[in-house]
Design a protein around this ligand. Structure first.
Ligand code: UFG
Length: 330
């Protein structure tokens, strides 16, 4: 298939591009480089630009006969969404709506969308199934629900075939292909631990040790970015084969506390780090663990790297080889 990946220069997007190419698809990338890296797209035609640019998008779709799209072009820092919600409503919902409208009106009716566990809020029952009520505790999660709803209506009105993949905590890298996690500023746990190990930070701050969990720190379900990315390939292929779409969780079904993640990273790198305790971070649910049974049984998704050691080892390899991320000049 000829697939347009919007947001393909970002952390997850660049890994999705790699998996699609390895599965034999022709991939084209559109990214405004707000958070993405041009260097992360080495093997696909790259178009700098915005998803809301109707003219550019229409031209790209018709010139390259695009048949399907993956949408990862969104703001994703949960904390920022609670400080400046307008950014998220504008980019994730407003520009998302323009993008979706251009897609269907240019005849692209297969879409895989990057959604999030943030749609569920702070659930009580683990693991979380797709049928769990949606109750976001931050604006970011709310914007993901809004885009899912738009796809639902575009299906009814225009026959869009769509899938929303609700990611839990993506981590890891594909260091052999020169891609990995590089956010500025970095807010995610595993890269921050690894930057501390590299001496780029003095210590890790653990956000809260008074949660109702065995060691008092938050529990998350970490998934290798390569496994996550492969699910997009399965999704696109299923939609194009005429299978029903809908929403799917993506996680490993196993939770690790912040302290456990620190221990695994220390074991993988053979180095210890200093960790202090800070107050809880606003909007952090105590526990998020996925049930990914639906995507396993319906799409045959099988994670290749379900263990946290493999995830941390690939992230460490990337950080060790690229201590300054994509900006090698620093
Ligand atoms: N944490 C720390 N110290 C840090 C950074 C993180 O203690 O310096 C903790 C957080 O409080 C949280 C855990 O480590 O308990 C994981 O935090 P991340 O920032 O790595 O990830 P989040 O769980 O906050 O968010 C991620 C994605 C979201 C997505 C969510 C879904 O960034 O986009 O997973 O589970 F919505």
């Amino acid at each position: 298939m000829k697939v347009l990946v919007v947001g393909g220069a970002g952390y997850i997007g660049s890994h999705v591009v790699l998996e699609l190419q390895q599965a034999g698809h022709d991939v084209y990338v559109l990214d405004n480089l707000q958070t993405g890296h041009r260097e992360a797209v080495a093997t696909a035609p790259f178009f700098p630009g915005d998803i809301a640019d109707n003219e550019l998008l229409s031209r790209l779709i018709s010139e390259h006969r695009i048949e399907a799209a993956v949408h990862l072009a969104a703001d994703s820092t949960v904390g920022l969404s609670m400080q400046d919600p307008g950014i998220f409503f504008n980019n994730n919902v407003g520009k998302g709506a323009l993008f979706l409208d251009t897609l269907v009106k240019t005849g692209v009716k297969i879409l895989v969308f990057s959604s999030s566990a943030a749609v569920y809020g702070s659930p009580d029952n683990m693991p979380i199934k797709e049928s769990h009520p949606l109750n976001p505790v931050n604006v970011y999660g709310s914007t993901k629900i809004m885009f899912e709803e738009m796809m639902h209506w575009y299906e009814k009105i225009y026959g869009l075939r769509w899938m929303a993949l609700r990611y839990f905590n993506a981590a890891g890298a594909a260091p052999g292909y020169g891609i990995g996690e590089d956010h500025n500023p970095e807010t995610h746990l595993i890269p921050i631990i690894l930057q501390t190990i590299l001496g780029q930070r003095q210590e890790l701050q653990i956000f809260g040790n008074d949660y109702p969990t065995p060691d008092g720190t938050c529990i998350r379900d970490y998934i290798h970015v390569a496994d996550l990315s492969r699910a997009h390939v399965l999704g696109l292929e299923a939609l194009s084969a005429g299978e029903a779409g809908g929403v799917y969780n993506l996680g490993n079904g196993q939770g690790f506390s912040v302290r456990e993640v620190v221990r695994v990273c220390e074991a993988v790198t053979g180095q210890k780090i200093a960790a202090g305790i800070s107050p809880r971070r606003f909007g952090d649910p105590p526990v998020l663990v996925a049930s990914a049974e639906k995507i396993k049984s319906e799409l045959g998704w099988v994670p290749q790297y379900p263990d946290l050691e493999s995830i941390a080892a690939s992230a460490w390899e990337w950080h060790r080889l690229n201590p300054n991320g994509f900006n090698k000049q620093l």
